[in-house]
Design a protein around this ligand. Structure first.
Ligand code: ADP
Length: 430
């Protein structure tokens, strides 16, 4: 085998572009579960150094930015993934099809299709394990239609129309269509035939119905050779098997196995979401914890030094440092400092603390909060995460390699995880 052939043989199979950080981790977990060694990349790298993995997931922050910016970032990610040698591509968005008035699911899907030279892709946000199903183009969250699920009140991406054909059509320049449930139930050949018929009619983007993991697996098989798939993390469930069947993936690999990381652990919580509040309260019942006060931070009090002193004083225990507050307290602080400033103060404080703790020998971090996780990972100089064992759905242990060597990171977005998430996560690492 020549060096070029060797490199091609080891090249990643699947290249994914995710429109947010925790969504990227969710997708990566799904692929790891299917036996693919997966690395999550934070933003588009500048170098073209090959990454050893079966799947790569580039995490962007492109869900709510202007459509042209989302397109430009997604195309840059695609170009990098192509250089890595990926042979199939995946655009991951939220299972509630979160979009702004003008995008970004339609514009990004179209631009990726153009760049890949393909004229057809499916769009399927269904994630039955998490209660998201699509029937006749309508998206359900549990028993409710999308626009009655609470998503209609989302502060950034209010979803007021449950009909995904209309939503997608309103943000696309190409014709959209539907792969209806009766076709999905009829199996992969029926799906391929229906897709060919839609294509012949000029349809370029097709919403695909799906009610179960079996439907998603059938879709995965039907589109095994598609250059591009778009969807939530659920649609990826069948893709590892496609590569296994094609003899491209080694089934014996322990995809989720990460090297053991020693050293002290810490829990940092910058999320005030409902699940995080319960997790923090649960920890505080029996373990050492210190609350960081945003008002004290704003007043210039030595909040960071106090937190580090608290850590030092508990040399034999794992501590929780948290900003998590009940909704009334949070609203009070936000009214006083402004939402953005309050958030930045806390994020900056937790990120600085994380950096200082690495100097003190901490190597294992459990972090609550999507934005908080982003700030911590950035402060630790980490740009790649190997995805390991799932702690709770959508939240795996990960391995980051930064300037200080290997760090184990469990990065949890606000509403993920059971009430004892922190202790269970730490228990899995010891
Ligand atoms: P989630 O995943 O729950 O949305 P994030 O970390 O993404 O959590 O966002 C939470 C935001 O709220 C962060 O910007 C964080 O700094 C901010 N925050 C956390 N605690 C407080 C608090 N007590 N007062 C004001 N803002 C806070």
């Amino acid at each position: 085998m020549t060096t070029t052939q060797q490199a091609a043989a080891n090249a990643p199979l699947l290249g994914c572009i995710a429109d947010d950080f925790t969504g990227a981790t969710d997708l990566a977990s799904m692929l790891v579960r299917g036996g693919m060694r997966t690395v999550q990349i934070i933003d588009v790298p500048h170098d073209t150094e090959p990454v050893a993995a079966d799947a790569l997931v580039v995490a962007l922050k492109s869900r709510t930015i202007a459509a042209p910016d989302a397109v430009a970032q997604s195309l840059a990610a695609l170009a990098w993934l192509k250089k890595q040698g990926c042979r199939q591509f995946y655009f991951k968005y939220c299972s509630t099809f979160d979009s702004t008035q003008t995008g970004n699911i339609g514009p990004v899907s179209e631009s990726l299709m153009d760049a890949l030279g393909t004229d057809f892709a499916i769009a399927c946000p269904a994630f039955p394990e998490n209660g998201r199903s699509v029937y006749r183009g309508y998206l359900f969250v549990g028993d409710a239609l999308l626009n009655e699920s609470g998503m209609e009140k989302h502060p950034l991406t209010p979803m007021t129309d449950p009909n995904l054909l209309r939503v997608l059509a309103s943000q696309s320049t190409v014709a959209t269509g539907l792969l209806r449930y009766d076709t999905i139930a009829a199996g992969e050949q029926a799906i391929r035939d229906a897709a060919a018929a839609l294509r012949a009619q000029g349809v370029r983007l097709a919403i695909a119905d799906a009610l179960s993991n079996d439907d998603l697996r059938t879709l995965g098989r039907a589109f095994a050779d598609a250059p591009l798939l778009t969807g939530g993390s659920g649609l990826a469930i069948g893709l590892p098997d496609n590569f296994l069947r094609a003899g491209l993936l080694d089934a014996d690999k322990a995809a989720a196995q990460l090297p053991v990381v020693g050293g002290r652990a810490v829990v940092l919580a910058g999320s005030s979401s409902r699940a995080s509040q319960a997790q923090v309260a649960h920890w505080c019942e029996s373990r050492p914890a210190l609350r960081l006060d945003p008002l004290a931070l704003a007043a210039g009090a030595p909040v960071i030094d106090d937190a580090l002193a608290f850590f030092d004083a508990h040399a034999d225990a794992t501590v929780l440092l948290y900003a998590t507050a009940a909704p009334d307290k949070l609203a009070q602080v936000q009214a006083q400092l402004g939402v953005e400033r309050a958030g930045q103060l806390i994020e900056h404080a937790l990120a600085t603390i994380a950096r200082e703790l690495v100097r003190r020998g901490v190597r294992r971090f459990v972090v609550a909060g999507g934005e908080t996780s982003g700030a911590v990972v950035q402060a630790l100089g980490i740009s790649r995460l190997r995805i390991g064992t799932t702690i709770d759905p959508g939240v795996p242990w990960t391995l980051g390699n930064g300037p200080d060597g290997d760090l184990a990171l469990a990065l949890k977005s606000g509403n993920f995880g059971s009430v004892d998430f922190f202790t269970r996560a730490l228990g899995m690492q010891s």
